[in-house]
Design a binder for this molecule. Structure first.
Ligand code: AHR
Length: 500
């Protein structure tokens, strides 16, 4: 099939907020324990952080990391995770029916973020707790000195305030599974009061309210409307969570999830803007897609309660394949193309639990298939997102009525003059002959990099024994003539082309 992609230097969607390349570390399964933290591991540093996982996290290019949950958050006492480790309590974690040892807590997480070179996104518990604990937690973290809690932090070895900017107000508060589930009115009121107090402690924080847990929730839309009706003036962001599934084992249908994500983003923005309209406000609420990924293979089997309240059990250790990598690449394209509203996003989670990084306790760490499109997008997508004009034949699937075979995003960096093109060929049997016009970006473009992520078997995955089975390869089928790029995109492939 033939497709065309046209961009013009003057037609910008928005500057890209690098925080869309975020991830998520929850106290769930083996994400923390034997994931990022494993004292005694051959690569562990003095604090017990696995250096192999830190190196992979840097390579993945995670710009911001959400912590400590997730459903875990809604029963968490932040005080349990700070101070001398031998005095920290062991607790029942009611979200995942595990025992939480609290050997890793907020300060360790912030040290880990510094070591990796990423920003923290911290969440406050609005399930079992409320505004009072949230303001105390913020005071502990961000207040310089001279109060009981800021001095406690200093006693714990952290002289300087942590200066955490981004805070989430609870997690999935509409979900019946959530510890301390709330109605939209209950949550909207608590989010407002919590936000008010947190801003009094530190006016520089950015705050995100919980949106619906999924697009499928029966209250989707009205939840956002009611919640923002209460806390519109106090918050900056509303969250979106989305996990792609493949119930009919159909790749074509599965890749339609990408379109659904675009719709989801636009719908949430529309609801937020309708609240703004009612309030006669020019303020725009931004979107934080603070949990997203593919998650269905390990959902039913691994989700069940394990007997005996185990520590760090193996939970939802989804093994990703080629088609999952395509879906993740497509979701990144959609988020980039909506960069005017999506300012933060977190691939859930970072290690082992639906993670791009897998580890064995005491053993190796490796890259899952979904690692690759994420790492490449984070590496190359810098600057302004240009509005893509796409001419492509389309197909129809249960997930969406019109799915263009070509799904693409273009990001241009005015400082370096570099242009990054990300393109998914959703045709599963035909090569795509793509013609790309880069208007106004320089008449003599040169190729900086061209690669493809392709595998003949959509179910191919990476394992400990074959960690590079699915990995990007150079694409020799890319030509440039002035400002025109032509390329051959193999069936079912994720492609990156970088020019200058
Ligand atoms: O990321 C796994 C879980 O999915 C999170 O704890 C929860 O917020 C969501 O339902």
């Amino acid at each position: 099939i033939s497709t065309r992609l046209i961009v013009d230097r003057d037609f910008t969607v928005s500057n890209l907020d690098r925080r869309i390349f975020g991830s998520f570390v929850e106290h769930m399964g083996r994400c923390v324990y034997t994931g990022i933290y494993e004292p005694g591991h051959p690569t562990a540093d003095g604090q017990g952080f696995r250096r192999d996982v830190m190196a992979l996290s840097r390579e993945l290019g995670v710009s911001i990391v959400r912590y400590p949950g997730g459903n875990f958050l809604s029963g968490y006492n932040w005080e349990d995770g700070v101070g001398p480790k031998d005095q920290r309590p062991r607790r029942l974690d009611l979200a995942w029916f595990s025992t939480e040892t609290n050997q890793f807590g907020t300060n360790e997480f912030l040290d880990w973020c510094r070591a990796v070179g990423t920003e923290p996104m911290i969440s406050v518990n609005l399930g079992t707790r409320g505004p009072d604990e949230a303001r105390h937690f913020l005071e502990y973290c961000n207040h310089p000195t001279g109060t009981r809690l800021s001095d406690l932090r200093r006693e714990h070895g952290y002289e300087k305030p942590h200066d955490i900017k981004f805070w989430c107000l609870g997690n999935e508060m509409d979900g019946p599974w959530q510890i301390g589930q709330k109605t939209a009115d209950e949550y909207g009121r608590i989010a407002k009061e919590t936000a008010k107090l947190m801003r009094m402690v530190d006016p520089r924080v950015q705050l995100a309210a919980c949106g619906s847990s999924t697009h499928d929730m029966p209250t989707f839309g009205s939840w956002e409307d009611t919640v923002l009706g209460h806390c519109f003036d106090e918050v900056d962001f509303i969250s979106l969570h989305t996990y792609f599934e493949n119930p009919h084992d159909s790749t074509a249908e599965f890749l339609g999830n990408i379109e659904q994500t675009e719709l989801f983003i636009r719908e949430v923005a529309a609801v937020a803007d309708s609240v703004a309209a009612r309030k006669h406000s020019t303020k725009r609420i931004m979107l934080s897609v603070d949990e997203w990924n593919v998650w269905y293979k390990a959902r039913s089997i691994d989700h069940r309660r394990k007997p005996g309240w185990p520590e760090a059990p193996r939970l939802v250790e989804e093994v990703y394949n080629q088609e999952d990598a395509l879906a993740v690449g497509g979701a990144l394209i959609v988020m980039m193309n909506n960069a005017d509203r999506v300012k933060t996003a977190c691939l859930a989670q970072l290690a082992n639990v639906i993670g791009p990084i897998m580890t064995e306790p005491g053993g190796a760490a490796w890259r899952q298939t979904i690692f690759h499109p994420f790492a490449q997008a984070s590496r190359y997508a810098r600057g302004r997102v240009l509005r893509p004009i796409i001419h492509s034949p389309a197909y129809q699937a249960k997930t969406f009525p019109e799915i263009a075979y070509l799904c693409a995003s273009v990001v241009h960096d005015d400082e370096t003059g570099q242009t990054a093109i990300f393109a998914l060929n959703r045709h599963l049997s035909d090569t795509q002959e793509i013609s790309i016009e880069l208007r106004g970006l320089g008449d003599q473009q040169r190729l900086v990099d061209a690669s493809e992520l392709h595998h003949a078997d959509m179910k191919a995955s990476n394992t400990k024994a074959a960690p590079d089975n699915v990995a990007p390869q150079p694409n020799a089928n890319v030509q440039i003539d002035g400002h025109r790029v032509t390329a051959r995109l193999r069936p079912g492939s994720w492609n990156v082309i970088v020019t200058r």
